[in-house]
Design a protein around this ligand. Structure first.
Ligand code: PMP
Length: 437
């Protein structure tokens, strides 16, 4: 009988990977709190700390008793029902909780089944809004370089045109309008911010007749480069959108629910979007669920348009198990305990990653909220860094030239210290070509 990993390699795809993956794979045997128990291809077991929160989502840690209980309670009632013509308490409660936490002005919730789909819905809402407002030619989007909004076609079309997947599907992606990336938060001068403002303003003016909305990830671009930029730039896109009759869509799929130190990254800027997408941490990482929130004005216009409806409705919309665990996860964020947690993780990441700056291979080290980033001068040897980090007791998943951590909020100071020590050592060893084989 072949091993589980061999069976995986002969039958499954992994994210952004060829059919017969060459990167190392580990089997997860257990996940509890911040700890993962992994088995490697040689059968060796590794106890590691999870620095990734399973891609931003597991903010309260694995097997949280409150979240486990919420799923089990809902399971004993019903797991799924269609959302056309039917409703249920988990969905209604979730809409209420989301709207009470979200930036002011957001009044209506569409429950989608993944982050990419919530972005598709946000883009559709914007186009339907413009059409219903008598501007049917406004079907394109203005965004900034370096963004990432998902893997479906419309979402890919607003991802960075060079680093994203545009070149693979040239005939299928919409021709959107790309402004330069905002200046980096750590070095931005007022003059750079004003220069950036002028370039966004010029594009909005030039294309306003054909633009439906501006879409950005507020304050922190995630998969496009783990890049933080000044909150002032979010206020600027709000002003430019208002000036040119564009909607502002904020993609808070990665940043939402406390990760950057505010409940939503928009809160750093003190502004509200017309449309906001959330996902990832919404269910505490238990089940796939996302949401697109919009203002009452957007909801009324879209509903009053010729189509008479928002044209979207997935099979698993508002899945009750997912809504139930999302309610429990948001419940854990109700008191402000997460602020203390995120501040502790941030302080630990900043202190623990600072020594990486002394390594020749490292270009920059930065922290925003519970996210810590080591940027290398060259592309990361993903296999070498991941293997060495696992050997050092840490699970990381680097990409491009970035080795980064976004641990669960519950991580203690010693756990964060172990994570940063493991990361810095892995970067140092891999850079020296001494990575474990
Ligand atoms: N937007 C942002 C900012 C994201 O980080 C992601 C996921 N990496 C998405 C959208 C897409 O979400 P999903 O993978 O759930 O489709």
């Amino acid at each position: 009988m072949s091993s589980l990993i061999e069976r995986d390699r002969s039958s499954l795809w992994h994210p952004y990977a060829p059919a017969s993956g060459t990167l190392p794979l580990w089997e997860v045997e257990a996940a509890d709190g911040v700890a993962l128990r992994l088995r490697d291809e040689a059968g060796r077991v590794h106890e590691v700390l999870d620095a990734m929160s399973s891609w931003w989502s597991v903010i309260h840690g694995y097997r949280h008793p409150v979240l486990d209980e919420a799923v089990q309670r809902q399971l004993s009632s019903f797991s799924h029902v269609m959302f056309g013509g039917l409703t249920h308490r988990p969905a209604v409660d979730l809409a209420g909780q989301l709207l009470s936490m979200a930036p002011r002005g957001l009044e209506r919730v569409f429950l989608a089944d993944s982050g990419s789909i919530s972005v598709e819905v946000g883009l559709k809402l914007a186009v339907q809004f413009q059409t219903a407002s008598g501007r049917p030619k406004r079907q394109r989007f203005l965004t900034v370089r370096g963004g990432y909004h998902g893997d479906t076609f419309a979402a890919m079309g607003v991802c960075d045109p060079i680093d994203g997947m545009h070149s693979a599907f040239p005939g299928l992606l919409a021709a959107n309008v790309f402004a330069p990336r905002p200046p980096a938060a750590s070095t931005a001068t007022p003059a750079q911010v004003q220069e950036w403002r002028a370039s966004v303003e010029a594009l909005a003016r030039e294309h306003s007749d054909e633009l439906a909305a501006i879409i950005v990830e507020p304050v922190l671009q995630g998969a496009g480069g783990m890049f933080a930029y000044p909150a002032e730039c979010v206020r600027i896109v709000r002003e430019i959108a208002d000036h040119h009759g564009l909607l502002l869509i904020l993609d808070e799929i990665a940043t939402g629910f406390g990760r950057t130190g505010q409940l939503f990254a928009a809160d750093h800027a003190g502004i509200s979007p017309d449309i906001m997408c959330v996902g990832k941490a919404l269910t505490g990482g238990y089940l796939t669920l996302a949401a697109t929130l919009c203002t009452g004005d957007v909801a009324r216009r879209v509903s009053g348009g010729e189509a008479g409806a928002l044209l979207h409705g997935p099979t698993f919309m508002a899945n009750p198990l997912a809504c139930a665990v999302a309610n429990a996860s948001l419940g854990l964020l109700r008191d402000d305990g997460w602020r203390t947690d995120v501040a502790r993780v941030e302080a630990g990441l900043a202190e623990g990653l600072a020594p990486a700056l002394e390594l020749d291979a490292v270009a920059d080290v930065r922290t925003i909220g519970a996210v810590g980033v080591i940027e290398l001068k060259d592309a990361v040897d993903v296999a070498a860094v991941t293997r060495t980090a696992v050997g050092n007791g840490v699970w990381v998943r680097p990409f491009r030239n970035l080795v980064y951590a976004m641990p669960p909020y519950i991580s203690t100071a010693p756990q964060v210290r172990s994570i940063t020590e493991g990361m810095v050592a892995a970067v140092g060893e891999a850079a020296n070509g001494r990575a474990a084989a």
